[in-house]
Design a protein around this ligand. Sequence first.
Ligand SMILES: Cc1cc2nc3c(=O)[nH]c(=O)nc-3n(C[C@H](O)[C@H](O)[C@H](O)COP(=O)(O)OP(=O)(O)OC[C@H]3O[C@@H](n4cnc5c(N)ncnc54)[C@H](O)[C@@H]3O)c2cc1C
Ligand SMILES: *[C@@H]1O[C@H](CO)[C@@H](O)[C@H](O)[C@H]1NC(C)=O
Ligand SMILES: *[C@@H]1O[C@H](CO)[C@@H](O)[C@H](O)[C@H]1NC(C)=O
Ligand SMILES: *[C@@H]1O[C@H](CO)[C@@H](O)[C@H](O)[C@H]1NC(C)=O
Length: 491
Amino acid sequence: MGSLSALMVCLLCLLGLGAAATTSLKSCILSAVDNDSTLAAFQGDLLYQTLAVKVYNLNYPITPAAVTFPTSSAQVSQVVQCASQLGYKVQAKSGGHSYANYGLGGTNGAIVVDLQNMKSFSYDATTQRATVGAGMLNGELDTYLQAASNRAVAHGTSPQIGIGGHATIGGLGPTARQWGMELDHVLEAEVVLANGSIVRTSDTLMPDLFFAIKGAGASFGVVTEFVLRTEAAPTEAVQYTYTFNLLGSAAARAELFSEWQRFITQEDLTRKLASIITVLSGSVVISGTYFGSQAEYEALGLAQRFPGADGNSSAIVFTDWLGLAAHWAEQSILDLTGEIPAHFYSRCLAFQQDTQISETGVQQLFEYLDSADTGAVIWFVIFDLEGGAINDVAQDATGFAHRDTLFWMQSYAVTLGQVSQTTYDFLDGVNEVIRNNTPGLGDGVYPGYVDPRLEDPRRSYWGSNLERLGRIKTAVDPGDVFHNPQGVLPA
Ligand SMILES: Cc1cc2nc3c(=O)[nH]c(=O)nc-3n(C[C@H](O)[C@H](O)[C@H](O)COP(=O)(O)OP(=O)(O)OC[C@H]3O[C@@H](n4cnc5c(N)ncnc54)[C@H](O)[C@@H]3O)c2cc1C
Ligand SMILES: *[C@@H]1O[C@H](CO)[C@@H](O)[C@H](O)[C@H]1NC(C)=O
Ligand SMILES: *[C@@H]1O[C@H](CO)[C@@H](O)[C@H](O)[C@H]1NC(C)=O
Ligand SMILES: *[C@@H]1O[C@H](CO)[C@@H](O)[C@H](O)[C@H]1NC(C)=O
């Protein structure tokens, strides 16, 4: 009896401690946001998941302890200090497009710093630099830059992606072969660190931190503001789409793919050309943008090189940048579910100039795609040419390590309800067929295509930069306050 009542007391004391911790979290966070109750929501609040959490990939349901919506760096600092003092993990959220909801912590019980109230913008015409709040979405940024002085930066084709998660991870997109990734535009950043200090970082100010922020930001702090170099927005571009309905002919599809692979691996291919091949269940689509005149585009001879496209194909000339960006958004297959959350899973491979898929491998891939059980409502496999200016930057100059990747593969399956083992097996099989037929293929994965099932995620995301990142983590966040399930750990 005695030990049982001791146990009861202990359980009660634990419950009591739990309640006290919740109370102190609430009061600390509320005070951090200047007691404005509209700037914080807590687990257990009415409609918490729908109004505050907003899970993106339904396959990874997550319940954070609190979601905060600070309006200033000072408030972000106060929130981070509450977390550090009370033993909670913190993650920043910008556009909320992480494939595994890492902006929500990636695991239950974190404190989210949602930056949606931090979208300041200013432009300095002398330096041609823009200063941008870290909650800005790329579509919004395009509009501000255009209005400021017809300027632009590189980023992906989805306007809903946040600069916070894009410019701290990479930011691949159609202009990146000319300008580098969005990350490569970053000249300076303001960051809130684990101890709450608000610092500025650049190549000369805390350069180790700057290295880390440019590729592994989520593990090092909350970036509250970016200073970006900008480019003159393109004034002329051709958006091309060639659709091939090669139903029933795996061999014809394989030949088309091999021809595309030969085309994009030419050593002297112009950086003005962006190109993607998308493999779907009933068709193959070759699409992209040429940043130049229609005459120059026609001289590339794509239509002759890839004959047999159907009547849905087009080559549209754009003379306004925002119009082109809007077209990308409309065409973006990754946005097919729009802003409606879905269950999905995605895998990624990184190819270099000298690691191309063999002809046999391509044939086997298309035979596999024709015959495999997918378990998915929609699936597709995208191969995306990048390289160019991205690879002008040294491998060890930024936390982002994939400076030798020429093109990326991204497989993607959307399911009704939880992703089943059949669908995991299907996408694993795609990787396996390719891996078995691509000598020298490495384990690199783009850190923006988060894959919770990776065997060695940190090595895949950060490659040879992982050791240095670990040492910097030890220096600025030894307690791993900025944590997600695949983040950089203290060395
Ligand atoms: C529909 C769709 C299309 C995509 N297309 C492309 C594409 O064309 N090119 C491409 O490169 N990628 C693309 N991606 C991947 C995308 O770039 C990454 O998922 C990116 O990390 C999303 O950023 P976010 O701010 O929207 O997401 P969030 O979920 O808010 O953040 C993503 C990660 O960044 C961290 N983070 C966010 N803000 C900050 C900050 N201020 N400081 C520190 N860390 C921060 C979060 O903690 C989280 O780990 C696409 C994703 C989707 C869903
Ligand atoms: C918030 O309210 C609490 C309790 O009333 C008070 O102690 C605290 O000083 C307030 N904080 C701020 C920043 O106003
Ligand atoms: C356009 O694509 C659809 C769907 O793939 C196809 O059925 C149709 O025949 C195509 N139209 C033309 C004109 O080729
Ligand atoms: C906070 O951490 C940074 C990075 O380690 C350090 O430079 C700074 O001195 C710390 N600030 C305080 C107040 O401890």
